[in-house]
Ligand binder design. Structure first.
Ligand code: URA
Length: 183
């Protein structure tokens, strides 16, 4: 959702009852590279922007390592409202929110998308494989009415409790950056 398209009053699922606010995507609305996270957490729910907490710092580190910054890309989430206690979004919540992700991808037309974590990969690629067999791999994906190249990366939050994932996240972000022609 670029701010212009954001449905800030959306009440299509139960998450609208517990959120503080809708968290729209942010960044360059004509970016060649889009990162898709799972759902806003507490910090994002309070601030109204994606990846502004501890996981966001890890993502910023991976972007810096690849030689890019947030203003060169677009960052959004599979669902735009915080699930209570940061639980995983349920299938019907993802389905209710899909129109928002489709609309933003349709408006942005990215070349490359980076899917952050297993929940995002499972929902957008329609596969049940474990993270180990998905991470770093490239998949064709139709989203927003366009075909894009999708890369799967560890979710930045998974790097907070498993430091060994950081190197893998950085490497995938570097490959996405190159594939998008940003470096
Ligand atoms: N985790 C996510 O998946 N998205 C955010 O915006 C923040 C943390």
């Amino acid at each position: 959702m670029s701010n212009a398209d954001a449905d800030l009053g959306c009440a299509r699922c139960r998450l609208s009852e517990t959120r503080t606010q809708v968290v729209p995507g942010a960044g360059d609305s004509s970016a060649a590279l889009v990162f898709i996270g799972e759902a806003p957490g507490r910090d994002e729910d309070l601030k109204g922007a994606p990846f502004v907490g501890r996981a966001g710092k890890v993502l910023d580190g991976a972007l810096a390592h690849a030689g890019i910054s947030r203003d060169m890309i677009y960052i959004t989430n599979l669902v735009k409202c915080r699930p209570p206690s940061n639980r995983r979004p349920k299938d019907d919540e993802v389905e209710a929110c899909a129109r928002h992700l489709e609309a933003e991808m349709g408006a942005i037309h990215p070349k490359i998308v980076c899917l952050l974590g297993q929940t995002v990969a499972r929902n957008l690629l329609g596969c049940d494989s474990d993270m180990k067999s998905l991470v770093g791999k490239e998949f064709p994906l139709s989203i927003g009415g366009k075909k894009v190249r999708a890369f799967v990366a560890y979710h930045p939050a998974a790097c907070l409790y498993r430091r060994e994932n950081v190197e893998s996240l950085r490497e995938t972000v570097r490959r996405c950056t190159e594939a998008a022609g940003l470096r």
